[in-house]
Design a protein around this ligand. Sequence first.
Ligand code: SAH
Length: 404
Amino acid sequence: MSAQLILQSGKDKSLLRRHPWLFAGSVAELNGRARPGDTVEVLAHNGKPLGRAAWSPSSQIRARMWTFDVEETVDHAFFKRRVAAAVARRAALPELAGQQGVRLIHAESDGLPGVIADQYGNTVVIQLTSAGADKWRAAIADSLQKATGCARIYERSDSEVRGLEGLEPVVGWLYGDAPTDELTIIENGVTMAVDIVGGHKTGFYLDQRDNRRRLAELSAGKRVLNCFCYTAGFSLQALAGGAREVVSVDSSGPALATGQRNLALNPQFDANRAVWREADVFTELRDLRKAGEQFDIVVLDPPKFAPSAAHAERASRAYKDININGFKLLAPGGFLMTYSCSGGIGLDLFQQIVASAARDALGSNGPSGRSARIVQRLQGAADHPVDLAFPEGEYLKGLLVQVD
Ligand code: SAH
């Protein structure tokens, strides 16, 4: 008999709209015993059953809904259905057909809170970030193996957010052994090494796939500056699009080393067109300006400066700083491709920050300034969907801005 989580009066509203998070403040009481990750029945204050959730006593998100269907039990078969549905959703999207790198499960937006699964060729990498997901590791891995037929499943549950759920890091092979060959995928025609063991997140930023292709389309004959390049995904797409030169900047030596390895994996590109700078972007942008450098395209894809709304103010200043200096480095007619992956910075705020950076950098509010216009809004690729009931899932936002 599972424990019952009784909500405070009036706190069932978000649940009735199928929002999956139950904050500590909306819980009236827990009847019965539950350990972290156990499934509990969720009831409104008046006793009306609302569904089932994973209990997480140490997190401010005290429970995450597995199901809003009071008839549905949470067992191995439940995960098999949810995982198969997520994989089928991708199969129905033609742009994902034939991709070797695909996000198969995007957590809450695929009805599986705390579960991330990325496929790289014959290997799936999972990241479990909630107590409930951690509890069901075996069922999730087995369901993924069956749904994909992949020989190897690796777990990279070492994200810091596990600490909030009282979970220790867990990494290792769940199915199959470490491959002896280097793991690579082909993205938009370019071969990319994926370091699933030592790289960021599950090894690669699949969410930028379409935006990298967009950069390729703009790059013919252009001089491109790629800031926060990580393993050079944007840089190599710029070269694929015929860039004259690409300067790639990152503060991480290992990331740049993988970037250079990626260039070597694609002998079709002229390595002399690639310049690498191991540096802090905030400083490097200033140094490039002092040196009088100009670029036709500047890409800014920084890490999350604002993990939550509480960090928004400081993060806004950081975003503004890099965007000001990015704008200042643009040659006439140039493009700024600028992103934020901060959950704490919404699209409206991000656009305001970029607009204010343009005013400061280009004098675009004055009579003799250069103006700047958004030509495209950019977002995560289709394998990173956003459930309409879960707007928090929309973390990646970007603007393609053309300046005079
Ligand atoms: N654009 C990349 C992903 C960027 S992830 C892609 O398409 O794959 C963010 C990167 O920023 C990481 O590689 C991290 O090493 C780097 N980074 C973080 N802070 C930095 C700083 N202040 N200066 C330079 N690089 C930084």
